[in-house]
Write a new protein. Sequence first.
Length: 358
Amino acid sequence: MQVFNFCAGPAMLPVEVMQKAQAEMLDWQHQGVSVMEVSHRSAEFIELAHNAETNLRQLLNVPDDYHVLFMHGGGRGQFAAIAMNLLGESGKALYLNSGQWSKAAAVEARRFAQVDELSIVESMEGKQQVVLPELKSDMGDYRYLHYCPNETVDGIEIHEPINSPWPVIADMSSCILSRPIDVSQFGLIYAGAQKNIGPSGLSLVIVKKSLLELPALPMPSIMDYRITAANESMFNTPPTYALYLAANVFQWLQQQGGIEAMGLKNQRKADELYAYIEQSHFYRSGVAATNRSRMNVTFQLADESLNGEFLAQAKARGLLALKGHRAVGGMRASIYNAMPHQGVVALIAFMDEFARNN
Ligand SMILES: *Cc1c(COP(=O)(O)O)cnc(C)c1O
């Protein structure tokens, strides 16, 4: 039975990447040892890390005045690192609240600095919709504006760019590399790896160099962007196996035709799934059409007492991890880059059969 894993994170990785990792497990680059067992300072590993950065820069068209940093501590590690690195002694920041993750980012930043928060989601006819406020410089003396373009838990995506007088910081943990972006519109982009990049434990930071000119708060060296940049992301031992897999995912993305091609595939997968949900009376989406996530498709059964049965039958069919996050309930199909179109086709076929039988 073919299994399709819809887990929101850690999420499935491209099967070709996993096969390559399997083939190289005991013998990486003819050294007779695993990549896990070699020094991060060895010529081979340094080349791997350089290639990872170069390929990522190419994929996302990262301008030269941005650092690309590979760090520890996932997405939440960055919630703290951003505040410590960019706010200094007296800095303030503005956080847009569009769901669970952006809210959590603001809570963490408040441990270190003053944070103002603006709620930008409204409920219209029972559907959640993002209403972006007009942002004006006289609203406050902010060092940056933080937002989350794709709310993994809620299934809410903000598709349009944010017009902000302050540098924009985006938590792209669950949408990085899923469609083309213009990096130059952002002060900083970050992502935990375990959705669209590789395994957990690694995080990616793309930061405009000029943002690091102001003095930062004292902080652990491994969280310091300046120290990380000065040491080419190897101040201490990086999560080497995670970086190895991420490097292979970047290569895989290039073989798929890059981010533009990926974006088209992702759009098609999401469009087909939402179109099915939309015409159904058995399922519904709680998110307005303008803000539906292409990566995390949340939906509810009209009769929620069937949730358990739906999940059990889906699992028996090899459709895994469709349960929604405990904070919001319902169902969630995460369809990141690695999810083939075939997986969405299989999910729709199952949903349709389940609806007809019930
Ligand atoms: C998963 C996720 C995080 C948290 O990642 P951790 O690595 O568990 O800290 C943060 N933001 C978003 C949008 C996420 O999807």
